[in-house]
Design a protein around this ligand. Sequence first.
Ligand code: RIB
Length: 299
Amino acid sequence: MSESKITVVGSLNMDLVVVTDQHPEIGETIIGKDFTTTSGGKGANQAVALRQLGNDVTFIGRVGEDLYGTEIVENFKSRGIKLADETPVENVSTGIACVTVGHKDNSIIIVPGANEYVTPEFLEIHKNEVLNSDYVLTQLEIPIETVDYLATLCRENEIPLIVNPAPAAALTDNILESCTYITPNRLELQQLESYHPNIMDFKHKIIVTDGKEGCYYYNENNEEVRVKSFKAEVVDTTGAGDCFNGALVSELSSGKSLKESLEFSNAAGASSVTKFGAQSGMPRREEVLKILEEAEYKN
Ligand code: RIB
């Protein structure tokens, strides 16, 4: 079990999940199969992934003044994740995500709500959590100015930072220069390339997740190195990328090599898709190790 202290700065959402056999066309109405609400948000999911793997996790984020917010705070408490500030943003709703799960894939629309109030000023109030961390992880469901300030804090204090650019948005040069790694999926990488034609100057920091193909990164000779994925019975892919990112920080912070960390993260991601819901699929360390061992045995 890792003793690392990790801080996640990011989003807290309530996921409103519809399960369906088919996605509707524009202008079409269809009958869905099931509906449920479950805690989500890329930031929260990554924090849960880290916690499940045995890390000491602090979260900097905000909820709104509603029942979703109360539920999210309770969820973190029950999991032993420290929320730096649980005071709701007055007269503002908690972030929500409309998630459609179907065809072993998902599509998501988010309404940020209180996540927009994770401002640089809010981060400043809680910056000691960042400064006392071994590793920091963030995503782009909070204002980009906050991610930029976080990047500055981490660079000035030599704290490694992973930026998961989801959903993709224009970054600042400071973010690109200050982060340790950036982890887009294939689509997000294409989007980032349109915002930053020079993004490949940062090849050495880029780790691309590629669904069932696993992931890849670039070695010191600028060569693409592929890390294979693991077979899984897919139930719900929501949160698989978040699981990957949490697992990656977990392993890197405990001193594992990048290659080893990515193999572990692929196995964690494969485990996460076998259960319904973004957070309920986040595996424990033993479950990930079992996937790795069995894969080794088969070879
Ligand atoms: O990555 C999955 C997450 O994206 C969901 O939990 C949803 O809240 C959105 O933020």
